[in-house]
Unconditional design. Structure first.
Length: 503
């Protein structure tokens, strides 16, 4: 039995849990590759590989150097990198994406190996809007379709456009935010798949078809073909989809969704996650049933990837691709080479309130989990944090002789608890647990911060309500990221543990 497969043979849905929104997928022979939005985090655009659509392994980040991605301190949280599309054509991988930060715009990257390196950007100054898509017709003409939904022919090698963009379809009459277009040739038709209704509870997927890539497009009579709006389904906000064929050539859809928890209105802590659901074709249209929370074992062979290590001892010269930072990660502020076997962070901003804070984290991927780190704060001040944005974060911070728990919620910043500790390294710990139902105002989870004593006992210092670190409170498009930071001076981290306690 694979690591992800449950005892009853089923697989959990989402297939890529945690803050992994706006999935785009492509198949190359027996291999599948998938990318997601990354917003204000660097490196940008995580890249995943699978051979069975159920087990996904991160193999890199497409935008991993400043020449590809510049996010200044002026880039707001939930700004930055939006909605990439990944395609394979003519022997290479193509990645088109919008950087909504100042000086950004639509950009196109290529690679022969999706693990990287990826090229420097080809800029597309005459392609308007966000959520760009790429498709090639039988004449090798490249069509770029963007949110709105409008379309323009481009030269993907130079970024040149041919003629002005033209509107081709706007989805259901009156539906807001027609976006995330993907254009495919399937059988005798060109299909235009879009998201609409906004990325909140009204999110949905609709489709139209035409005889040419430029239309005209006939909407599916069963639109929207996917939505969970106005239902009590545990997966909500379903939308922003992409189609792919499985190893047995059946059709499937990847899309984003969230798992609200607690009372009213329901809070999702992990951000928008990547889900998978089967697709049937009836009378030339894709038909989807209710999205399963668990996927049955497939008819094709399973291909589990390597199990993810619980502990990172920072023994490698470069951080694992799962580690991300806020806007940038200069080597002079973040290194594993200064003290071998330790991650060393040199402070820049003086707290997580600052847009240039030195922070290295990983996405929270489980509804209940535990994170621990051993920090040596002798030369500064730093700690273990859960970040949603500059105005919504909790942390446990160590300086010489003291540990304290801090809370930032909107305009309010508070020291919740503090305790003196012996000088030297200290283990900081965070336990996240789901909240039992207790009426309509129940939050989604509880975050308990504390320290581990030399005899391995845990001393809790504070327990905080998780609703304040959710999109329903803070707004935006991201999810929680758990990691280490330096606030003043230099902080060294010997290791970091992340242990899932539920799926």
């Amino acid at each position: 039995m694979s690591e992800k497969q449950r005892a009853d043979g089923a697989f959990p849905n989402p297939v890529i849990p945690g803050f992994h929104p706006d999935p785009s997928v492509c198949r190359v022979d027996d291999d599948y590759y998938l990318v997601c939005s990354s917003f204000e985090y660097f490196p940008g655009i995580p890249v995943f590989h699978s051979r069975d659509l159920l087990h996904w392994t991160q193999i890199g980040n497409a935008l991993d150097r400043p020449g590809q991605l510049r996010l200044t301190a002026a880039t707001p949280s939930s700004g930055g990198i939006y909605a990439p599309t990944l395609r394979h054509h003519d022997g290479r991988f193509w990645l088109i994406v919008t950087n909504v930060a100042q000086g950004g715009g639509n950009m196109l990257f290529t690679a022969t190996d999706p693990a990287g390196p990826w090229s420097d950007p080809v800029r597309l100054p005459d392609v308007p809007g966000i959520d760009p898509d790429l498709a090639w017709d039988q004449d090798n003409t490249c069509w770029c379709t963007v949110a709105g939904v409008s379309q323009v022919r481009i030269d993907p090698y130079t970024g040149q456009t041919f003629g002005p963009p033209r509107k081709v379809w706007s989805g259901a009459p009156g539906a807001k935010a027609p976006e995330a277009p993907h254009l495919y040739r399937i059988g005798d038709y060109w299909y235009l798949l879009i998201a609409e209704g906004g990325t909140e509870r009204g999110h949905s997927v609709s489709i139209a078809r035409g005889r040419t890539p430029a239309g005209p497009f006939e909407p599916c009579p069963g639109n929207p073909i996917l939505t969970h709006r106005s239902t009590d389904h545990p997966i909500q906000n379903t939308g922003h989809a992409d189609l792919v064929q499985a190893p047995d050539d059946s059709w499937w859809m990847v899309f984003l969704g969230v798992r609200p928890r607690g009372g009213t209105p329901g809070w999702h802590a992990l951000g928008r996650e990547t889900y998978l659901t089967p697709v049937d074709w009836v009378d030339g249209w894709p038909v989807l049933g209710e999205v399963p929370s668990e996927l049955p074992a497939p008819d094709w062979p399973l291909a589990p990837g390597p199990a993810e290590e619980v502990r990172d001892d920072f023994d490698l010269s470069e951080p694992h691709p799962r580690w991300i930072s806020v806007r940038d990660r200069p080597a002079e502020h973040c290194t594993t080479k200064e003290r071998p076997g330790w991650l060393t962070l040199h402070a820049r901003g003086d707290s997580l309130d600052e847009p240039d804070v030195v922070f290295v984290g990983r996405r929270q991927q489980h509804l209940a989990c535990q994170a621990r780190t051993l920090i040596d704060p002798a030369e500064g001040r730093g700690g273990l944090a859960v970040r949603l944005d500059e105005e919504h974060h909790y942390e446990i911070e160590a300086s010489e002789g003291e540990v304290r728990v801090l809370s930032r919620i909107g305009p309010l910043r508070t020291t919740v608890a503090s305790r003196s500790v012996p000088a030297g390294p200290v283990i900081l710990r965070l336990d996240i647990s789901e909240t039992p139902p207790n009426g309509p105002r129940t939050g989604p989870d509880l975050l308990t911060f504390g320290i581990e004593e030399p005899d391995d006992t845990f001393t809790a210092l504070a327990t905080l309500d998780g609703r304040y670190l959710t999109t329903e409170v803070a707004g935006g498009f991201t999810g929680r990221v758990i990691g280490m930071y330096a606030a003043t001076g230099t902080a060294h981290f010997d290791w970091f543990d992340y242990r899932p306690l539920t799926s």
